[in-house]
Design a protein around this ligand. Sequence first.
Ligand SMILES: Cc1cc2nc3c(=O)[nH]c(=O)nc-3n(C[C@H](O)[C@H](O)[C@H](O)COP(=O)(O)O)c2cc1C
Length: 189
Amino acid sequence: MTDTLSLLKLRRSVPPQFLTAPGPDASQLEELLTIASRVPDHGKLVPWRFIVFSGEGRAKAAEVVAAAFRARNPEARPEQVEFERQRLLHAPVIVAVVSRAGPHVKIPEWEQELTAGAVCMTMLVAAQAMGFSGSWLTNWFSFDRGVLDAFGLSASERIAGFVHLGTATSVPSDRDRPVLADIVSHYGA
Ligand SMILES: Cc1cc2nc3c(=O)[nH]c(=O)nc-3n(C[C@H](O)[C@H](O)[C@H](O)COP(=O)(O)O)c2cc1C
């Protein structure tokens, strides 16, 4: 328990440019996705799914992002396009958590979306517990219909996050955290 608390107290996101191999191997990834799927889920709807980007698939996905950037920015310089391509080429393994939230007779969509967020966070914490580091990012292309089509998302699906996973080459120093007095109130006090 102490270990869990220490991990949670000190946890930091590590941006993709500071992630390198090794990332989780096939069995570690399976364990991670299993753990990440163990989240509170009102109605047991499983309103998320995973897309894994690694190896050749990761390179193809990076090209999709670069092409979408070029299409949006026809005047972009080659180095700018390359910068966008690299977004998916730093971390050795990237997992897209896809929200499948939708209308339901009982469970609000908002709650289903929160569950997909819990999946991302659980994966990040579990990866750190395994000795890896990571980042939960969306970037502009999570909202680009052409990119989403290329990645196989249906019109009703959305990216909850790309969880970039690997080994940290350096860990950023901590950032300011919320002051509890600013965000805590005691009802009725
Ligand atoms: C849904 C979601 C999307 C995010 N997308 C981005 C992003 O595209 N780019 C970015 O720099 N940070 C993004 N962040 C923030 C980082 O994940 C992270 O919170 C930040 O780097 C601070 O790190 P920390 O986890 O150590 O506090 C996102 C966070 C969330 C929850």
